[in-house]
Ligand binder design. Structure first.
Ligand SMILES: Cc1cc2nc3c(=O)[nH]c(=O)nc-3n(C[C@H](O)[C@H](O)[C@H](O)COP(=O)(O)OP(=O)(O)OC[C@H]3O[C@@H](n4cnc5c(N)ncnc54)[C@H](O)[C@@H]3O)c2cc1C
Ligand SMILES: *[C@@H]1O[C@H](CO)[C@@H](O)[C@H](O)[C@H]1NC(C)=O
Length: 541
């Protein structure tokens, strides 16, 4: 057994001087994604220097993973900085010159599914036919009207009837269908196309919210997710540059890779420590665990004693492993929130072609299945998983990306895709593209690259959403430090929770993850500041 290294760092920060006389609190951060790195950086900058970051995988970044491909950088995870002023990721990128080479095609406005800056989206049907642009626009306007309404439920605190009706998918499908059916100018054929487009839009939307289907996304909570104004930016050098900026100020020894945590023992009394021989030894030297209420045990049996642990593992990991990850178990209400909140998988499939088979003005290919027009929420047998691929975006500009398409798939079908080999996925996607473009001569792609966030044991999903039956209150409960106390700012603050899913307004995003890490670091910093102030204002004895 080995303990955290005892830091000899000293700064003139009043907090650290106050603590030097006793000892630095030991803090273990679990996970080196944006939340974990932001927390660590904040702690170090504020004089809390005895920090160890335990990361299960062999790299930092978590759900940010950029892959170099020739001159281009492909993002397997986070791609866009959503919004400008007020977005800490945007400011970090801007201040460090990361956005200088962002082209128009990489800076888009509006909702992602509707990006139109560098061309038009081609809506193709399974009979190999392109839906006319004006019909697409007509439908898009209609859909967006209803989308605006979904936002109002939260803003107005509108009551929504039965629980099952409290779903973005059901609400949207019902209302859009009504609007389609009452339009007197529409022919039967264009009605049918609009109904089919509706299903495609809902697939795009569920990929964006990383839900299996919009029928699972809570209508009353949908509007609480808050958009930061401004465009969406791609970082040409890769989103990983943001991760590297955060890691810059963190000494190498602090971050331990390949260190999956197996168990977090908390609420650990001195009595229990004595029982396992973790107490202070007779010289008064610190032995692992002396006076520490938390012990973090890794898969390789190395164990870290700590005063505080900040857990940043994803909601997917918590769902799967909270039962054995925490000892004692998490309080019941926190478990309930973990179970109620949603996370599913959104994956990307990159296909590189030697030559483009699309026209220069085409910025994406959207798959509209005419035979799905009348269905309720489509459910596919396993072998039809590819029907959930909603679209392929054309990466732009070609000078940077070559002839690269980026496809989207989500839900259970994404997991089925993850289980197939590259060859099968490449072949299936090529068949799909041939069918919808009506061009049987499309060759197999030169190369395929795809993500597998769902089966990654340390991620288990892409990002969180408020599932029907859950609320922002569940997000708050997930974020609540342990053990529960009257104040969430006072000691002991043994186990703290950060990560994308713990941010009430910005969940599912990189800025939400970063802010949540800073929030938990600040919780500890403020607690020690309060302790210090109380100490120094004590009357002299
Ligand atoms: C496909 C996809 C597209 C996305 N697109 C965007 C986008 O365009 N814009 C945007 O803002 N956001 C986007 N996101 C979301 C964004 O990537 C995440 O919200 C954010 O990166 C999450 O950071 P985090 O630190 O909370 O979690 P993570 O990045 O998951 O970090 C947690 C870390 O903990 C580690 N870990 C887990 N369990 C253990 C354990 N037992 N022991 C030790 N370590 C452990 C993991 O390996 C991981 O490195 C996207 C995500 C995906 C998957
Ligand atoms: C924490 O420990 C105290 C004292 O040993 C005990 O009373 C309490 O029930 C424990 N809490 C949990 C959540 O196990």
């Amino acid at each position: 057994m080995q303990s955290c290294e005892i830091s000899s760092d000293s700064t003139d920060d009043p907090l650290s001087s106050s603590l030097r006389s006793q000892r630095q609190p030991r803090i273990v951060v679990i996970g080196a994604g944006l939340a974990g790195l932001a927390a660590t950086k904040t702690l170090l900058e504020n004089g809390l220097t005895d920090v160890a970051v335990l990361e299960a995988s062999d790299r930092i970044g978590g759900r940010v993973q950029s892959v170099q491909h020739g001159q281009a950088t492909l993002e397997l995870g986070a791609t866009w900085i959503h919004g400008a002023h007020g977005n800490p990721i945007f400011h970090l990128a801007e201040d460090n010159g990361l956005l200088e080479h962002t082209t128009d095609g990489e800076r888009s406005v509006g909702r992602i599914s509707l990006y139109t800056k560098n061309g038009v989206a081609h809506y193709l049907t399974n009979s190999g036919w392109r839906i006319p642009k004006d019909l697409v626009e007509e439908f898009s306007d209609l859909y967006n009207e209803v989308y605006e309404l979904t936002q109002e439920f939260f803003q107005n605190g509108k009551p929504v009837g039965a629980e099952s009706q409290n779903s973005v998918g059901i609400f949207t499908r019902d209302l859009v269908r009504k609007k389609i059916m009452v339009d007197p100018d529409d022919s039967e054929a264009s009605r049918r196309l609009k109904l089919a487009m509706l299903q495609q839009y809902l697939k795009v939307e569920s990929c964006e919210s990383s839900s299996p289907s919009m029928d699972e996304v809570s209508l009353s909570e949908f509007g609480e997710w808050t958009e930061i104004p401004g465009a969406h930016y791609v970082i040409p050098g890769g989103f990983i540059k943001i991760v590297e900026l955060l890691a810059q100020g963190i000494p190498e020894r602090v971050v331990r890779l390949n260190k999956p945590v197996r168990r977090i023992y908390w609420n650990y009394s001195a009595q229990q420590q004595a029982e396992i021989g973790d107490a202070e030894d007779h010289n008064g030297d610190r032995r692992p665990g002396a006076g520490c209420p938390v012990r973090v045990e890794c898969e390789d049996c190395e164990s870290f004693a700590a005063d505080h642990v900040i857990v940043t593992a994803s909601l997917g990991v918590l769902k799967k492993s909270h039962e054995w990850l925490f000892s004692p178990s998490l309080p019941e209400d926190k478990v309930l929130s973990i179970q109620k909140l949603g996370i599913s998988t959104t994956d990307k499939i990159f296909l590189e072609f030697a030559e483009p088979f699309w026209s220069p003005e085409c910025n994406s290919i959207q798959f509209v299945w005419e035979d799905e027009a009348q269905l309720e929420q489509p459910v596919y047998p396993e072998e039809l998983w590819y029907r959930k691929i909603c679209s392929f975006d054309v990466l732009y500009p070609p000078e940077r990306y070559g002839h690269m398409l980026s496809g989207w798939i989500c839900g259970e079908e994404a997991l089925l895709m993850e289980r197939c080999d590259d060859e099968t996925v490449a072949e299936t996607c090529t068949e799909l593209l041939r069918k919808f473009t009506g061009n049987q001569n499309i060759p197999k792609p030169r190369r395929i690259l795809r993500s597998s966030w769902g089966s990654n044991p340390f991620i288990r999903g892409s990002y969180s959403f408020t599932r029907v039956g859950s609320s922002g209150g569940d997000v708050e409960r997930l974020a609540m430090p342990l053990p529960y106390a009257k104040s969430t700012k006072a000691p002991p603050l043994q186990v703290l929770f950060a990560g994308e899913a713990t941010h009430r307004k910005y969940y599912s995003t990189t800025h939400g993850a970063l802010l949540s890490g800073q929030r938990e670091a600040n919780r500890l910093i403020e607690m020690y500041q309060d302790l210090y102030n109380a100490e120094t204002t004590k009357p002299n004895m």
